[in-house]
Design a protein. Sequence first.
Length: 370
Amino acid sequence: MNSSITIKKLALTAILGMPTCLHAAVIPVTDANLLKGLSPYNWVCRADSISSTGNGASITLKFKGTRQVAIHVSTDNLTTKVPARFPIIAWSVNGGAAQSRQLSANENPVVLSAGVADPKIELYLKGMSPFENRFTGDVPANALRITGFAVDGGASIVPSALPGRIWLNIGDSIMSGDGAAYAKGQGRPPDDAWAASEDGRASYGYLLAQHYGYREARIAYGGYNWGGGMAGIPALDTLIDQRTSTVSRLVDGKFSPSPDVVLINLGENGAPADAAVTAALVKLRSRVSQITRILVMIPASGRARAEVTRAFNSYRNLAKDETAYLIDVGQVTFDTCDGQHPTAGGHQEIFKAVVPVLDKMMGKAPASRP
């Protein structure tokens, strides 16, 4: 075979084998319709990036005029040198099966969709190491940082139809979905494998929000409790106000928009001080509408039942808060990977135990459930 022909064939093969990320334009993170697609309260929005530090944080985007979409990310803020501790993202295209990818140092654009006209993409933070700092600075040392979306020339993001009501979940590693990707009895993840063990959308909190037709937002971290926790996360009465140590969640002193429901499930990591619980509930009520339902749930394991119940009753009696409720479903039996963290099936079991209790206060249950 002629050598020049062989070289041309090899070059063509190489080109065809390249990732399909040769886009003509990049939609910036300041795009108004992009910002409307962010889950509320848990994204830090800057001129050069959007970032989040919590599992379950999501983006819903409907594109027009493109057959390719890739996400640009920056990993400069990530201080860990351990590849297995980098964030993991997951996404679906037009409601199809979820795909996932663990980011790496010097990450190239990640192709989310190719060959699909005007795709609708749902992306969420699936897994993240619980150890590196998630709170200090504008962009913490452990944050997913997105700098734009690459598309075909002339493409745009158009408004997506999203639920009008918001359900905010606040919790610890269980609410976060840590361990949910593991099998029953697989064991506690090694320190460097936590991100891969997680699935933010397996969380029973996410299932509840979906079940009742709400748009979910989430503030949940591994090792967290009412008084604070690991990775630099402060006490809840501070965290309510702050996305990070330098960036507020509030607009004119309030959550904007105000959530319709806030579900708090903390206490798994130890019995809290009464003052930590009451201070957080007082602060939360001052930041949301007076008709926002605040649901304080006893951990499904039953841990800290007496302490959380006592502190909640103290708050409710003092504040005369008629739209705050204590949710106690008893000790639920659920599958775990390590005796504590639910598997995806375990989250389903917690969800099923909670729904009959919430149905009494949330109105008639939908016809179908996850």
